[in-house]
Design a protein around this ligand. Structure first.
Ligand code: PMP
Length: 399
């Protein structure tokens, strides 16, 4: 007997499991559509020019001392401006508590721990389906969750009626986890009109919105437009929280740089909330990493670099949008009689194709094409070289 002989293997993370299978496949034409990371038209990872320039400016010019528990002040200021709009009243009035976080995952976890402590008895409502890690995050924070309806398989679009009903029926004072834009995994976002209705319904029921914004700029190519859901809720006077990540929109995946902010009634509350967020962070990781925050700050504080970055985000979003059209077109060319309109209707990094788990298994076994078993394609993995082969294989398994 040893200390750990009774420890069982933890279940494999479904997404990382796909990467393993992909790597083990020796076919030269294999395609990985599992990863949620941007790739260029040659299937290669990308470092943005604005980020490379920021790196040059940062190199050799900084100490490597600890950041404060809450992170880099300038970084936080720029981040909340990006989320709420440069001169939003909630910023001018000092109503926003904010800390630098370990990317989007760390922001969500920090909020979940805060919810457990300071919103006692509240549950978190999570869209069905959602990014699978949301469940793990709130489970480990000890917060109970419920699912709300979001996606309608028949239309491959939003289940607006179901969503509105679930908002009305949830106990007053529930936390609703909303994807600010580019919903993962469905690629289905409410229209501005629908966001307004959702905001009003949530205000009536006294729910608290938490926006997970992992893809600002990545949906439409425009950072302001992608934040319009949040701005609509603010205009209705909501108190809310926002989780930001620079993983996708700046390509800073491994730097783990993000921001959690909470809009409060006034400056006193914001200061108290911020102090409690730091009290949660301190025993967990003490303080956040420095390098990525310096890069983001360099870009957002410099008008020229910021413009360069805006263009680059738009470039990534545009490539993905053009791959949607191309994939749909190639499916039609391959002779598929099915409607693939949802591929171009959906937005963001993913297409929720409607293919079943069995179809996905066949794509892997027969065609060396890998994706999650819910039929989600990462469009970042699609390019002009592999799209025809992908379309033919999709047609073959959906015949
Ligand atoms: N939320 C959603 C909806 C996501 O898709 C992701 C990334 N897959 C994240 C949060 C977190 O990403 P990160 O921790 O890398 O910022």
């Amino acid at each position: 007997a040893t200390w750990f002989s009774q420890v069982e293997q933890a279940p494999k993370d479904p997404i990382l499991g796909i990467t393993e299978k992909f790597l083990a496949d020796t076919d030269p034409s294999k395609i990985n559509l599992g990863v949620g990371a941007y790739r260029d038209d040659n299937g290669q990872p990308v470092v943005l020019d604005s980020v490379r320039e920021a790196e040059r400016r940062v190199a050799g010019s900084h100490f490597m001392e600890y950041l404060p528990i809450g992170g880099l002040r300038d970084f936080i200021q720029e981040s909340v401006k990006l989320a709420y709009g440069d001169s939003h009243p909630v910023l001018k009035e000092g109503q926003v508590a904010a800390v630098q976080s370990l990317s989007g995952t760390g922001s969500c976890r920090l909020f979940a721990d805060f919810q457990k402590r300071f919103m006692p008895g509240s549950k978190v409502y999570i869209s069905e389906p959602t990014w699978a890690n949301h469940f793990n995050i709130w489970r480990d924070a000890g917060v109970a969750f419920e699912k709300y309806r979001y996606y309608k398989p028949e239309t491959r679009g939003l289940d607006f009626e179901g969503l509105m009903e679930d908002i009305k029926n949830a106990p007053s004072g529930s936390v609703f986890l909303l994807h600010a834009c580019a919903h993962n995994p469905t690629g289905v976002d409410p229209s501005p009109e629908q966001w307004r209705a959702i905001s009003r319904a949530m205000a009536e029921r006294g729910h608290f919105p938490l926006f997970d914004m992992a893809y600002q700029g990545f949906a439409s190519g425009d950072c302001d437009r992608d934040a319009q859901s949040i701005r609509i809720f603010l205009a209705d006077g909501h108190r809310l929280a926002v989780s930001q990540s620079y993983a996708k929109n700046m390509g800073l995946y491994g730097q783990r740089v993000g921001c959690l902010s909470v809009v409060c009634d006034n400056q006193r509350d914001a200061s108290a909330v911020e102090s409690q967020l730091k009290a949660i962070a301190r025993p967990m990781y003490s303080n956040p990493p420095l390098h990525g925050a310096l890069l983001v700050t360099k870009i957002l504080q410099d008008a020229e670099l910021k413009q360069m970055w805006f263009k680059e985000v738009k470039g990534m979003a545009d490539r993905i949008i053009s791959m949607r059209s191309l994939l749909r077109q190639q499916l039609e060319t391959a002779g598929s009689p099915l409607s693939w309109r949802h591929i171009t209707d959906q937005i963001g990094m993913f297409a929720y194709t409607g293919m079943t788990g069995d179809m996905v298994d066949t794509l892997a076994a027969k065609h060396h094409i890998y994706m999650t078993r819910n039929g989600r394609i990462s469009l970042a993995g699609v390019n002009t070289k592999n799209v025809a082969r992908l379309a033919e294989a999709m047609h073959a398994v959906t015949k």
